[in-house]
Design a binder for this molecule. Sequence first.
Ligand code: UDP
Length: 366
Amino acid sequence: MKIASVVGARPNIIKLAPIHKVISTFSDHHIIIHTGQHYDYKLSEIFFKEFDLPKPNFDLNVGSATPGFQIGEMVKKLEKIFLKHNDFDLVLVYGDTNSTFAGALSAIKSGIQIAHVESGLRSFDRRMPEEINRVLTDHLSNYLFASTQTAIKNLKREHVSGKIVYSGDIAVEIINYALRFSSKSLILEDLRLQRKAYVLFTMHRAENTDSHESLISIIRAFETLSEVEIVFPIHPRTANLLNKRNLYSRLEKCKNVKLIQPVNYIDFIKLMQNAKKVITDSGGVQKEAYLLSIPCITIRGNTEWIETVKSGWNVLTDTNTKKIVRATRNWMPTGEQIKPIFGDGNTSTIIKNSIMSLMSYEKVGR
Ligand code: UDP
């Protein structure tokens, strides 16, 4: 069985790691195609090294561009590979990035079946580029690996044509892997951080980074929270946009904010595990904060990880300065026990078994 995984951005590569491991146990032909959506070492190659992933078989070097141009370039190049090799049984795509959608679109146009890992998530906010990628990818996919029961409901409501499989979320096992090694991480010592004495901050979503008002609101929150130490591994996209708007130097003046480069996964999980709270607009980070029982303040008006909000561990503040300040200073979760809403850590095995049985059934049926 010849399987291709299409990845391109940091969260795709992290999700690929456990899946590659299980696929390699039954297929010698797991081809990794990197679109080049993220090309910065700290958003891409660092994870290939950390998770001991083989170098991608194809590197499309698409790079930054407007979304339509970027997706178009990816589709053009992916189609060329799929048509030239003409022997792929399945294309795996992950999450909700432009690479996810481009992978699915080029696969279906080349007559190849598609499996979507982390299927069925919805923020119900069509202004989010990721929401469009999710909806379109789910409707193109033959196999939909759903992370949560809510995801299954969403997919059924939309009458997707592919087969829905509850797999739980791959993050559970990636975190478990990171926790096994996090005692070796020296990130707290390197950054001179005291356990539970700082807040971890990340931001990269277009709706926040592309808005002058949102960027200013965030900086005002940092300025107001001068008594709180904030660790901010800054995404290159966010740094560029702050620079373009002449706001980077204002951010640098916030003495309470430790601006650092993005870090590897184990260091990041160590930072999260030891933070008092997390403030983020990331999808993955909200889920990881829940799994680690760290209070999460989400600087968005909605979330696709709605269970984390319902459980009381995640609060939505948008980029409203006052709400962020209040939540950082005063809000604490009600303390509800963490439940296995993202499955029990066997997602990669469930996905492997499903692919094997679904694909052999398809072959017999042909
Ligand atoms: N992450 C990391 N290093 C960092 C920041 C984040 O390894 O410096 C990880 C984080 O643990 C999560 C993923 O990157 O697994 C989230 O990526 P991102 O926020 O870019 O994407 P999203 O989850 O919003 O799609």
